[in-house]
Write a protein that binds this ligand. Structure first.
Ligand code: OOG
Ligand code: MG
Length: 256
């Protein structure tokens, strides 16, 4: 199974809003490297359509996410300009297959980050952090996939929403202890702290920088990085109101 045919099938699935079976069903030997090649082709297809890369996202950086998805290794994908939903606007549910949302801490990178990156170097290079919501939309039926499948599908990237408050990390305090309460229709559905993401959300960003070191796409100053879902994801239906409230960073909401 080659990267080109995987990429093409995922591009069609997204365009037609029709989920497909994961490729590893028929090709259990598919590897992560082929997944990343397919991912790159999908992102290049978006760039050919006029979008820009605005940053990257980490996936499966928390135990809650790994257990929810049954995949126990982290991965990354790319964020593009068309994925951004301004805070307060409803999600474009008609353009998505079966969206789910999860609370994340997003980093705005202000300086070049050289590998090997560390928590310290990431914090030093970070201009601001935000409360954020990642809107996932797997192109696979029932969000059922193995690692190479979800890598190819650009880490289920759908849309992203940034909260209204940007703070330098020094004003937030210890990101590991940053509390988060996730509500759906007002009810608390999950709680977490920043340490859920690889022990420290900046460690997740460092992991990404070090993974990218071998390739030719790097994070540039101005890049946004979503450090990974802190809780299990929550489905969004028409009329849903989902709010992720963070200590210090405030609340970010999405509307179905
Ligand atoms: C894969 C994408 C993972 C995260 O933060 O864990 C991700 C998925 O759960 O569909 O964005
Ligand atoms: Mg996520």
């Amino acid at each position: 199974m080659d990267a080109r045919s995987i990429a093409d099938a995922l591009i069609v699935a997204e365009r037609e809003r029709k989920a497909i079976a994961p490729f590893t069903d028929a090709a259990p030997g598919l590897d992560a490297e082929t997944g990343y090649r397919a991912q790159r082709m999908i992102v290049e297809h978006r760039l050919d359509g006029g979008e820009r890369v605005i940053g990257a996202k980490l996936g499966l950086t928390s135990r809650a996410k790994q257990e929810a998805m049954g995949v126990h290794q982290p991965l990354y994908g790319w964020l593009t300009s068309a994925m951004v939903v301004p805070h307060g606007e409803p999600l474009p549910l008609d353009a998505l297959i079966h969206p789910r949302v999860e609370p994340e801490i997003a980093f705005l990178i202000g300086k070049d980050l050289e590998p090997p990156a560390t928590v310290t170097s990431v914090l030093e290079a970070t201009e601001a952090v935000f409360a954020a919501i990642d809107v996932l939309d797997s192109r696979y039926e029932d969000f059922r996939f193995r690692l190479p499948d979800v890598i190819a599908d650009n880490a289920s990237a759908g849309r992203v929403v940034l909260g209204p408050r940007a703070l330098p990390p020094s004003e937030v305090g210890d990101l590991r202890l940053l509390g988060c309460v996730l509500r759906a229709q007002g009810d608390v559905v999950a709680t977490a702290a920043g340490a859920a993401a690889m022990g420290h959300p900046a460690a997740a960003v460092a992991w990404l920088v070090n993974m990218l070191a071998a390739g030719d796409w790097h994070l540039k100053p101005g890049a946004l990085v979503f450090s990974g879902g802190l809780t299990a994801p929550v489905p969004v239906r028409h009329g849903a109101v989902i709010c992720a409230e963070f200590d210090r960073l405030g609340a970010v909401e999405v509307y179905g």
